[in-house]
Design a protein around this ligand. Structure first.
Ligand code: HEC
Ligand code: HEC
Length: 467
């Protein structure tokens, strides 16, 4: 039997018997508790790296065996490799990140996963919200490498071979694609799907009608800009509050009381997010050129993106969709009825924290640390700042290198194509290419830089490195 079919039959078998299984949460390990965090922000980070809020996606045995389902020649290379090299290969394939914190060497979960105390890997916020740029790990940077769909597909096949039960994510992927381009995820749709099973008090109610889902992938924004905002998400529809951040844990295995009981932890998580500061550009900058760029920026960009440095101001400006012209799918996918659910629930204190039911477009984000947070726009369709500034020269298809940084164009080091190369057929390979011709992935719009000449663009590019 082909491996894919075998995995599918195995999933159906387990779906029938085990969907409702609730795995009890294990307590935190003694090591993770060591040293009391002092400020709310420190407590928030500690919560993120130690507390399992969900059941595990898989465990360390499954992780150690993933290579057995890899395609050739990768599988043979892994067979020859030692455990450390195999782990490195797995982290590379799935866009996982080694924690910068001190760890015990080799078997602990990636940053963004928490050990459940029994070797299980539990996904956490940092899976999408801690990334690396030019090889350096930065908490709060979006994980532009994360290959969640590929990881989950390999986990399903590995568990099938080992006779292990599927997790909630293995079952979810039957209905909802997790992400069709690496580095981006269908997370807004997961939110809609799990939110659909809750009443306004956050209690689980499976009798509620299923939602109409428009799948689309999003690039997470850098979290260090949250402190400048009063509203969250690319369309600014949600109020900034710790309760809104709790959407991630609405898996039906967490009942309403449990979710509400985590409120104080999420106050701390928001404090951690607001304590973040943008990373500094680590290479030399031409200060004179950047100075000229600042003048151009103030004249052409500041009305939307604000001013920087001492006394800088952020206008948090909403730009209507026909003016911005970037991909509209995200705006439509989150329909007024989805937003209304948020507006009428405990998450927004039943509307006391205002929800915008019909946002007109996308909010111009702060550009602090923008050199680091490639790719750009809410769907992650544009690989460098140079390409943001040259709307007509954006690539139709691009493939990044793992850790390369393009200092000339400021952003990802990429190879570009007019269309997806025809020899790229396996789904896991296709997801390594960003294909802007697919639905929800357009790199069009934001044509404001068109009024600048080549020298002005060069100067603005240099200035953007300093933010
Ligand atoms: C599977 C990936 C994923 C996970 C896990 C995840 N997020 Fe996000 N997050 C995103 C994406 C994508 C967006 C952008 C959504 C949008 O704009 O519509 C986002 C947006 C946000 C924002 C809004 C930022 C802004 O500038 O508007 C905050 C804050 C945030 N996430 C915090 C969290 C926290 C806290 C957790 C864990 C409880 C978490 N996220 C888990 C992917 C993820
Ligand atoms: C009319 C308002 C407006 C003007 C003027 C404007 N922008 Fe933007 N900009 C936006 C909006 C809105 C977005 C978000 C678009 C999206 O994600 O779909 C954006 C996104 C960006 C991004 C990507 C940010 C990210 O994190 O993905 C960069 C970089 C940027 N703008 C730079 C500039 C520069 C440089 C100028 C001046 C030449 C400029 N913008 C002028 C509204 C504007």
């Amino acid at each position: 039997m082909p491996a894919g079919l075998h995995a599918a039959l195995w999933l159906i078998k387990w779906t029938a018997c085990c969907v409702a299984a609730v795995l009890p949460m294990a307590s935190l390990s003694a090591e993770a508790r060591a040293g009391e965090p002092k400020s709310p922000a420190e407590r928030g980070y500690r919560v993120l790296v130690t507390k399992p809020f969900l059941p595990p996606d898989f465990d360390r045995d499954v992780f150690a065996n993933l290579w057995t389902v890899w395609p050739e020649p990768l599988q043979s290379q892994a067979r020859e490799a030692d455990a450390a090299e195999r782990r490195r290969m797995a982290f590379s394939r799935y866009g996982l990140i080694e924690s910068p914190d001190e760890r015990n060497g080799g078997s602990e979960p990636a940053l963004g996963y928490v050990d459940d105390g029994r070797g299980g890997w539990v996904m956490n916020c940092l899976a999408c919200h801690a990334g690396k740029v030019a090889g350096s790990v930065i908490p709060g940077l979006p994980n532009s490498h994360f290959a969640l769909q590929t990881l989950t597909e390999d986990v399903i096949r590995t568990k099938a071979a080992l006779g292990r039960p599927p997790s909630h994510l293995d079952l979810a992927v039957l209905k909802i694609p997790l992400g069709t381009s690496n580095g981006t995820t269908n997370s807004v749709v997961f939110g809609i799907a799990v939110g659909a099973l809750r009443d306004r008090e956050m209690n689980v109610d499976r009798s509620r009608p299923a939602e109409n889902l428009i799948h689309h992938d999003m690039d997470a924004p850098p979290l260090w800009n949250v402190r400048k905002k009063t509203r969250l998400y690319c369309d600014g529809h949600a109020p900034k509050s710790h309760r809104v951040l709790m959407q991630f844990m609405l898996l039906p295995t967490n009942d309403g009381e449990t979710v509400r009981g985590w409120e104080s932890s999420f106050r701390d998580v928001l404090a951690w997010i607001e304590s973040l500061r943008p990373p500094k550009y680590p290479w030399p900058v031409d200060a004179a050129l950047a100075g000229r760029g600042e003048q151009v920026f103030v004249e052409h960009c500041s009305r939307c993106h604000g001013t920087y440095g001492d006394g800088g101001e952020y206008p948090e400006r909403m730009v209507p969709i026909d003016v911005i012209g970037t991909d509209p799918v995200r705006l439509k996918a989150l329909a007024p009825e989805h937003r209304r659910k948020l507006a009428e629930s405990w998450m927004t204190r039943y509307g006391a924290d205002r929800v915008d039911l019909e946002p007109a477009g996308y909010v111009a984000p702060p550009l602090d640390g923008v050199w680091a947070s490639a790719p750009y726009f809410h769907n992650g369709s544009v690989p460098t700042l140079w390409h943001v500034l040259h709307p007509r020269e954006r690539p139709a298809v691009w493939l990044r290198t793992e850790d390369g940084y393009d200092r000339e164009k400021a952003g990802l080091e990429v190879e570009t194509f007019d269309r997806l190369p025809p020899d790229v057929t396996a789904a896991a390979d296709r997801r390594r290419y960003f294909d802007t011709t697919r639905p929800g992935k357009s790199a069009a719009g934001h044509n404001f830089p068109d009024v600048l000449n080549a020298d002005e663009k060069q100067a603005v590019l240099e200035y953007l490195k300093t933010l």
